[in-house]
Ligand binder design. Structure first.
Ligand SMILES: Nc1ncnc2c1ncn2[C@@H]1O[C@H](COP(=O)(O)OP(=O)(O)OP(=O)(O)O)[C@@H](O)[C@H]1O
Length: 344
């Protein structure tokens, strides 16, 4: 990976200028402005329907924007792809079922202006052992590996991946990301959409959070976590307590009580802990920690989804397009879903 200053000085690999895309009444991409630079590994996050796939479709020229401009390497997506500068691995689009893995990868290499040797491509994707198998007989994870092979059939300056590791086992995932790291280390830009936040945290040096077609946050994983503003507090209570009084603790954004164990999120952990002692309680095994990327993501997208609801996850500060809210947050505590509980 290149240094931040080198990236800033380098010409844009991807440039979106105020791009909008509508599907009938649905605005899938809403005034998106974005620049990606050489050597960046960028994760594109967002809840279902946030506009991630639409953004990648626009980037690859698969659909035209309704307004704004999309440029790759200073040219149109079509020209950049024809010049062999872009490799892509998308969710959609079936593979030819009647041919073997080797035949399909050979075709992919033949079509690439700067192709790698077929055996090298097969080996990198971990599919040499199934090279003679028909595509129609592959498992879902094996098909993903073939898509990966096709995306890396030649030397590309930009690699675009839409949920690339879905269906891959642990070994395949690790091998996949090791290869992507190598690609980024060689100065290539890697852009991937994912729902696996741990992958974004571990792999990406830049994280983009999309919500309803807009850029909600743009920064390193550490910046995104800090931007969500809250901290996690957990402790055990051995004496009887009143859950309603816990719910009324100041600066609370989430509360999860399971037996004696209490987990909460607070915008001011010091004040919350102080008030906890003020209730005459003696928390045991008290731990205070920053949010993980997953919790930060939930907090940010919740705030973006309902700016009036006041989840209390202030988002003022870094990044673009913040929709910070600063409400009391107790309604949001009561209204949280099971999935969000899991993120606590
Ligand atoms: N071809 C289409 N026709 C009509 N609406 C569409 C079309 N493609 C996407 N949409 C809508 O545009 C919005 C954005 O969809 P998109 O697939 O880009 O989201 P996403 O972030 O990739 O979602 P997911 O995480 O579920 O894959 C959604 O509301 C979706 O229903």
């Amino acid at each position: 990976m290149t240094t931040t200053s080198a990236k800033t000085a380098a010409p844009a690999v991807v440039s979106f200028e105020n791009v909008t895309k509508d599907y009938g009444q649905v605005r899938a991409v809403d005034g998106l402005t974005l620049t990606l630079r050489p050597g960046e590994t960028v994760a594109l996050l967002g809840p279902n329907g946030a506009g991630k796939s639409s953004t990648l479709d626009l980037l690859l020229g698969l659909r035209p924007p309704d307004s704004g401009s999309v440029r790759l390497f200073g040219t149109t997506p079509r020209e950049a792809i024809a010049a062999g500068r872009v490799g892509a691995m998308l969710q959609s689009g079936g593979l030819m079922e009647g041919v073997t893995v080797r035949e399909l990868v050979t075709l992919g290499c033949a079509l690439h202006p700067k192709a790698h040797p077929v055996d090298e491509v097969l080996a990198r994707a971990g599919i040499s052992g199934i090279a003679d198998r028909k595509i129609g007989k592959l498992s879902g994870g094996q098909e993903q590996r073939v898509r990966f092979a096709l995306a890396t059939a030649g030397s590309n300056d930009l690699i675009v991946l839409d949920e690339p590791t879905t269906g891959m086992d642990v070994t395949a995932r690790q091998a996949f990301w090791a290869t992507m790291r190598e690609q980024a280390d060689q100065g290539r830009t890697v852009l991937f959409a994912t729902h696996y936040l741990e992958e974004a945290d571990a792999i990406a040096d830049r994280v983009l959070v999309l919500d309803r077609g807009r850029l909600l946050a743009d920064g390193s994983a550490a910046e995104i976590k800090a931007r969500a503003g809250a901290r996690r507090i957990s402790f055990d209570l051995t004496e009887p307590y009143d859950e309603e009084r816990l719910r009324a603790l100041p600066h609370l954004t989430r509360l999860d009580v399971r037996g004696n164990t209490v987990r909460l999120q607070s915008r001011d952990a010091d004040a919350t802990v102080h008030a906890l002692y003020g209730l005459g309680l003696y928390p045991r095994n008290l731990e205070v920690a920053g949010l993980g990327l997953e919790q930060a993501f939930v907090a940010l997208t919740e705030a973006g989804a309902d700016p009036g609801a006041g989840t209390g996850t202030g988002t003022e500060g870094t990044g673009a397009g913040g929709t910070g809210t600063d409400g009391a947050g107790t309604d949001a505590v009561a209204a949280r879903t099971e999935a969000e509980e899991a993120a606590l």
